[in-house]
Write a protein that binds this ligand. Sequence first.
Ligand SMILES: [Zn+2]
Length: 177
Amino acid sequence: MSPADIDVVICTHLHLDHCGWLFDLAGRPVFPRAHLWFGAADWQHFVLDPRSRMLDHIRQGMLTTDGARVHLVSHDTTVVPGVDVTMTPGHTPGHLSVVVSSGVHRALLLGDAITCPVQLDEPTWHAMGDVDPQLAARVRERLFRELEAENTYGAGAHFPELRFGRVLTGELRRWIG
Ligand SMILES: [Zn+2]
């Protein structure tokens, strides 16, 4: 498989550590056939707003990508069967999480909506990069509740060892990975 075989790329948000590999230093696409999916509000915040810290070659690559291959998401939607995105703003304005489903099993790819499982016990701890920390905290709690469901596991992009886990309820509500 080569980068040209990739036909869908979903970015949870447009912080550089989550999208900086989409284009080379000349602004050419790394995945020339891929459709790119990310939050519409992140497009506005990071690509169109010149005050953002987006690197020039990434911004140029995004702005010169065929618009038919750029999918700006503003509400929960299905990307391909079994792969959905759900809006989880706060860390960034257009942050989204990816839901991969197979039968009754679901995996939530949380991006930076939850930075570390310790935030279950420390709900006021927020990531330094959170654009709207209060909204991010409310969204985290919503996601932790989703992760109470049986057969639902999640992992954030910066979780230790990228290990998936879920929330156990009972006398002590706790994270198990
Ligand atoms: Zn981030």
